[in-house]
Design a protein around this ligand. Sequence first.
Ligand code: CU
Length: 145
Amino acid sequence: MNKRRIVLVATVISVVLVACGGGGESSVSVDDAWGRTSPSSAANAAFYMVIEGGTEPDTLVSADAAACGITELHISVMSDGVMSMQHLPDGIDVPAGQAVVLEPGSFHVMCIDRQQEFVAGASIPLTLEFAGSGTMEVTVEIRDE
Ligand SMILES: [Cu+2]
């Protein structure tokens, strides 16, 4: 590969990086925040979302929702065929330029001691606290899934 070609490749890579970074935004962004409908008998629920990394590594350190008595960051882990949940007191790391998916069976925001019924179509306000990007307000859409 000659020098001119290397410069061209480097230019293409930087353009792609800018395109993927949401126009050069340094902070994380959150897409598709949702939760399952849950019967009134269930005390707990979980919220899921896609967190897109910014240009710098970041960490989701905590979450808070008025709809939950306690809100924690959890991960579901399979061990010896048994699914259990672990509290993540250090938060969830979001690498630069990568998406972290919170989904059933993996990372989730745990809503403990649910304060209201989660019916399909309900919108639950959720506050996310990132180490670098600061506080972010998102809306969790409740749906049957
Ligand atoms: Cu959990």
